[in-house]
Design a protein around this ligand. Structure first.
Ligand code: ARG
Length: 459
């Protein structure tokens, strides 16, 4: 039997493999709610403009609502022969209300239909993501506030650089996530235009009211060009780009958590809820959630790459290639949402081991810059010279196998005679972080102020 939606000029049914490659119902059934909402808005507009009789439209709208109920109750039977969510719904509507169902597709095509459904879906995703990221920021703020003064090593090249605070380190991620939210909000603003009414590609001769459907669906207005409306998926690319950058941020943090929770570092303790054991090694507490967050980046960036490639050579307007937009996007959206949820949960439960952090903060002559700064400030030494003198003092300590503060005043004076007892005041990690009061610096006061400012911003 040829297709009951478009089979008029066909004598026989598609090959089984044709059906398999053509059907999208297995994944686009995810769009059912958006599809039904958009169809109801379209139908109501067709009544309001006098294109369809109000009686038919009432039955269409009610029928669609019943179908929504069936899908949500799990009693709806999806058919591969009906290709996609659009034809599955319309076919069921025909079973339910008879020939009036056939009027729903007036002045519409699956091309503007799918573009509309997908936009609505991505818009919901962006809204959910923005909220979820706010939740992650709040979790980070709580931890940062509680540990605003917990000293830890700050690294460059993963070598001891200068002491920082745990709170300051977490606040760095609050900033990154803040920009991720900005990108998510931006993408939403740009994508919030309605393709509905572009029809197949050229618009329609029916006197439709695109503003009415746009408004009913919460869009800012209709898209201006019908060819553009049905053929671009840049809103998905933009979403996946924003999610890719977010995933990079999450992945870097996840990598740090993996390192921090190792027995060698022991900077943080992860809770039972966010670790797993080993089937052979009884001592293990593996940071699987962090590892998987790190790995999800691959899927998300992969989706961006695959959809970019699908689109890059497509002539206008719609080509069936575009059906390949959904699977990678859905997969990436799921991965990103899961990664954010897992990161939020892990951060909430994560406990820094403050004494370990403090001990590590002093290792590797991390206050050498403070010593050089002291020479500049107290002895009016040019910084380059101070750097050199400090280097020699570090070399001395390194040779003796001790920390800077463990050198005697005489030993330091052997290198620079004008050094006084007061130098020891700048060699502790606590004083080092306290002194970093420049805007954006790591001092506990700065961290507390940043937390307050962010709390105000987040409302
Ligand atoms: N399932 C299709 C998709 O996702 C819907 C649009 C099909 N349009 C068409 N003319 N074949 O892209």
């Amino acid at each position: 039997m040829s297709n009951k939606m478009w089979g008029g000029r066909f004598q026989s049914a598609p090959d089984q493999v044709m059906e398999a490659i053509n059907a999208s119902i297995d994944f686009d059934k995810r769009l059912y709610a958006q599809d039904i909402t958009a169809s109801q808005a379209h139908a109501r507009m067709l009544a309001a403009t006098g294109i369809l009789p109000p009686d038919d439209v009432d039955r269409i709208v009610e029928g669609l609502q019943a179908i929504r109920g069936e899908i949500e109750a799990g009693t709806f039977t999806f058919s591969t022969a009906l290709e996609d969510i659009h034809m599955n719904v319309e076919s069921r509507l025909t079973e339910m209300i008879g020939p009036a169902a056939g009027r729903l597709h007036t002045a519409r095509s699956r091309n503007d239909q799918v573009a509309t459904d997908f936009r609505l879906y991505v818009r919901d995703t962006l809204d959910r993501m923005d909220e979820a990221l706010k939740g992650l920021q709040l979790a980070l703020l709580d931890k940062a506030e509680a540990h605003a003064d917990a000293v830890m090593p700050g690294f460059t090249h993963l070598q001891s650089a200068q002491p920082v605070t745990f709170g300051h380190h977490l606040m760095a991620y609050v900033e990154m996530i803040g920009r991720d939210r900005g990108r998510v909000q931006d993408a939403r603003k740009r994508m919030n235009e309605s393709p509905l009414g572009a029809a197949a590609l050229a618009g329609t001769s029916f006197p439709i009211d695109r503003r009415m459907t746009a408004e009913a669906l919460g869009f800012d207005g209709p898209m201006a060009n019908s060819l553009d409306a049905v053929s671009d998926r840049d809103f998905v690319l933009e979403t996946l780009s924003a999610f890719s950058i977010l995933a990079v941020h999450l992945s870097r943090f996840a990598e740090e958590i993996v390192i921090w929770s190792s027995a060698q570092f022991r900077f943080v303790k992860l809770s039972d809820a966010w670790t797993t054991g080993s089937s052979i090694m009884p001592q293990k507490r593996n940071p699987d959630a962090a590892e998987l967050i790190r790995a999800k980046t691959g899927r998300i960036m992969g989706a961006l790459t695959s959809l970019t490639i699908v689109l890059k050579g497509l002539p206008l307007a719609y080509s069936k290639d575009m059906q390949e937009d959904k699977e990678p996007a859905f997969d990436a959206i799921d991965a990103a949402e899961l990664a954010v949820a897992a990161m939020t949960g892990m951060v909430k439960d994560m406990e820094p081991v403050r004494e370990r952090l403090a001990a590590a903060a002093g290792a590797g002559f991390s206050t050498a810059t403070d010593l050089a700064d002291w020479l500049v400030r107290e002895l009016k030494m040019p910084f380059r010279e101070a750097h050199h003198v400090t280097g020699r003092i570090v070399g001395l300590a390194d040779g003796k196998g001790c920390e800077l503060a463990e050198l005697s005043l005489q030993e330091m004076q052997g290198i620079e005679p004008r050094i006084t007892e007061a130098v020891f005041g700048v060699l502790s990690v606590e004083n080092s972080v306290k002194s970093r009061t420049s805007e954006g610096g790591t001092s506990p006061e700065n961290v507390r102020a940043a937390v307050r400012a962010w709390r105000e911003r987040l409302g």
